[in-house]
Design a protein around this ligand. Structure first.
Ligand code: NAD
Length: 252
């Protein structure tokens, strides 16, 4: 599989590149970052490495995501976007690109979080609205966006389970004052080297259900990213999710 890594010098770029180097089917045809590094084979021009590639994996920063999707669409290269904190421009770019190539945008590529989101959707659908939904996330001190893309995706799953859109009910950050019915609140912790903890609380009168996931090693994201990238190659043009990759869209 001929692939291109965008964000190659970063924590995730290195983890994915390292894992791919241990699997014989992966052949890296481009390692892209903001600053070239000849010693590590890293260059800065995505357009020059895309021709001939089958899939781009992008774990970088949101500023170029829309442009990168457009370049992949031009070259017929499948796109896996793991970058979080994406702006609204990316949604339109993804919709346009998905007319021509398979596109998967995942704030979290781990198997556990993919399953967690499906469980959260099912719990939100099953429990009455008297159960308050709150989402907690913790990450390392270098993380730039907050709440995390994963926390927002879990919020979308919870709101979706209740037949709502997250925009209608999200509260982030939570300030002082009494909680309103139906809100979905977000709490954020940044500290040390935490890879990523997420917990979704469903708190009713006299009982509390907590669905949670703790990542202790970013290899889980790398493994899921390579699984998703491999799955995307050869698919028809369109939008896909990690649940499609793992075949989990069956929980109801
Ligand atoms: P990082 O800061 O260690 O690495 C990001 C890299 O991208 C850096 O080397 C930076 O120079 C490079 N970069 C930034 N803008 C670029 C651009 N326009 N073109 C090329 N390279 C660019 O961050 P990280 O921990 O590797 O995370 C990267 C992204 O992936 C973040 O958005 C993070 O939230 C997300 N992430 C997603 C998952 C997931 O499962 N989807 C898991 C972990 C992190």
């Amino acid at each position: 599989m001929r692939w291109v890594m965008v964000g190659a010098a970063g924590r995730m770029g290195q983890a994915i590149t390292q894992l791919a180097s241990t699997q014989s089917q992966w052949h890296c045809v481009g390692a892209i970052d903001r600053i070239a590094d000849a010693a590590r084979g890293i260059t800065t021009d995505l357009s020059s490495v895309l021709p001939g590639a089958e899939v781009m994996i992008d774990f970088s920063s949101p500023s170029q995501t829309a442009a990168n999707l457009a370049r992949c669409a031009e070259q017929g290269v499948a796109a896996l976007i793991g970058t979080t904190g994406l702006g609204e421009d990316v949604e339109a770019a993804a919709a346009a690109a998905a007319q021509r190539i398979p596109v998967l945008i995942a704030a979290n590529t781990s198997l556990g979080v993919t399953l967690l989101a499906e469980l959260v959707r099912a719990a939100a659908r099953a429990l009455p609205p008297t159960f308050d939904i709150e989402i907690f996330e913790a990450h390392h001190r270098h993380k730039k966006d907050a709440p995390s893309g994963t926390a927002l995706a879990l919020g979308r799953a919870a709101a979706g389970g209740r037949g709502q859109s997250l925009d209608e009910v999200a509260v982030a950050p939570r300030g002082a004052g009494e909680r309103k019915n139906g809100e979905i609140g977000f709490s954020v912790l940044r500290s040390g080297d935490i890879v990523g903890d997420h917990a979704v609380y469903f708190a009713g009168e006299g009982e509390r259900l907590v669905l949670q996931h703790q990542a202790t090693d970013r290899t889980i994201f790398a493994r899921g990213a390579l699984q998703a990238a491999s799955w995307l190659v050869g698919r028809p043009a369109g939008r896909y999710s990690m649940s499609d990759v793992i075949g989990l869209k069956t929980i109801s």
